[in-house]
Write a protein that binds this ligand. Structure first.
Ligand code: NAP
Length: 341
């Protein structure tokens, strides 16, 4: 089968950073689905792993990246209960297994859902990784209520126009929160408003005076999609007593948790690969949340986050996608579709 892989961990400008390779097709066993991949998206994690071991590390076999997929179930393992061949599905997959940048891909059914019926493969492939992250961060880690009980509470989303921010804004508006997003450019500000943000402030400028001018010097919840330490002191200042901050990006230096003590404020990590990485007992929750989100899509309650499509899926187009992700200036999501014949 066709795939895009790496054997060395190189800058994306190096012609060898990602290569078109031919690999044996895998076989489905146990709870695995074998999925024929039709569309994939690219996330910052792909670029982080592509650089992770440094240029001198040599892999014996091509490593395949990619953790956002939409496609059709080709075959199922003997313990699969929720899917059949022919089902159209979407999922992120597990960081502990080969990624989805290949014509055929194995994934555990417990972290897969039927894709939204009303959206294309490309629109669906833009969703899973960011959906799982935003859903778990808002509704599970921070405990925002999905039944309207959190109505009117204020959420600050730092980095509102990126992949995670674009869907987090929409989830928060679905449950009637007041959403303040951050963006540093005219086009990213406008995208945040299009996604539903009630107000937008600029993260390249001091944020506290901007929150004060808006009339919200403190907020109930903060989701930070950018570096945790960079915005730490502002977040500690801006979170309400008994409020909640959720981080999704590693700190570059240690942070002082004591600053939250007086306020009895909570800090949570969200890592969307935790359930698949540790095979937690509640791993199937990711199947359930992706199913819930597909239902929201098909009920017209969400709008696509897809902003750019490249075709076909190959090393040349994946290099373009990685370079764009590494610029730190993504708006919404970039997707690759189809395989050349
Ligand atoms: N823990 C997890 O499970 C998890 C899951 C998904 C993603 N992540 C991580 O979360 C981060 C965001 O992911 P993503 O997919 O949303 O990335 P993305 O789409 O590449 O994010 C791009 C956005 O980041 C904003 N941004 C750039 N510098 C910023 C800064 N200093 N402060 C605030 N915002 C800034 C940009 O806004 P402007 O252009 O307006 O500046 C841009 O719109 C990545 O590091 C990713 O690896 C973690």
């Amino acid at each position: 089968m066709k795939a895009v892989g790496l054997t060395r961990y190189l800058p994306i400008t190096d012609p060898e950073s990602l290569r078109d390779v031919d690999l044996p097709s895998p076989k489905a066993h146990g709870r695995d689905l074998l999925v024929r991949i039709e569309a994939i998206s690219v996330n910052p994690v792909d670029a982080k792993i592509r650089r992770s071991k440094g240029p001198d590390h040599q892999e014996a076999f091509p490593q395949v990246l990619g953790w956002d997929a939409a496609g059709v179930v080709e075959a199922i393992g003997n313990e699969v209960r929720m899917f059949q061949p022919g089902d159209a599905v979407y999922y992120s997959g597990s960081i502990g297994r080969p990624g989805c940048n290949s014509e055929y891909h194995l994934v555990d059914e417990r972290i897969v859902a039927h894709k939204p019926i009303s959206w294309s493969m490309a629109q669906s492939a833009a969703l899973p990784l960011t959906v799982i992250t935003a859903y778990e961060a808002l509704f599970e880690r921070m405990g925002i209520a999905k039944d309207g009980r959190s109505e009117g509470q204020v959420l600050l989303i730092i980095g509102g126009a990126g992949g995670v921010g674009s869907i987090a804004i929409q989830f928060a508006k679905l449950v009637q929160l007041l959403v303040i997003a951050t963006a540093s450019r005219v086009e990213s500000e406008s995208w945040c408003r299009q996604m539903g943000a009630d107000a937008v402030i600029d993260h390249s400028q001091p944020m506290l005076p901007q929150l004060q001018r808006l009339g919200y010097p403190t907020v109930d919840y903060i989701l930070n999609t950018s570096q945790t330490d960079q915005h730490w002191s502002d977040m500690a200042e801006a979170v309400k007593p008994q409020g909640h901050i959720c981080g999704i990006v590693d700190t570059m230096q240690s942070i002082d948790l004591n600053v939250l003590k007086r306020k009895s404020a909570t800090f949570s990590w969200e890592f969307m690969f935790t359930r698949s990485m540790y095979q937690t007992d509640d791993m199937v929750e990711q199947h359930k949340l992706l199913t819930q989100v597909a239902h929201w899509v098909d009920s017209g309650m969400l709008q696509p986050t897809l902003t750019q499509t490249l075709s076909p899926i190959n090393a040349a187009n994946l290099k373009i996608a990685h370079a764009k992700i590494e610029s730190g200036r993504m708006i919404g999501k970039l997707v690759l579709t189809g395989w050349s014949s």
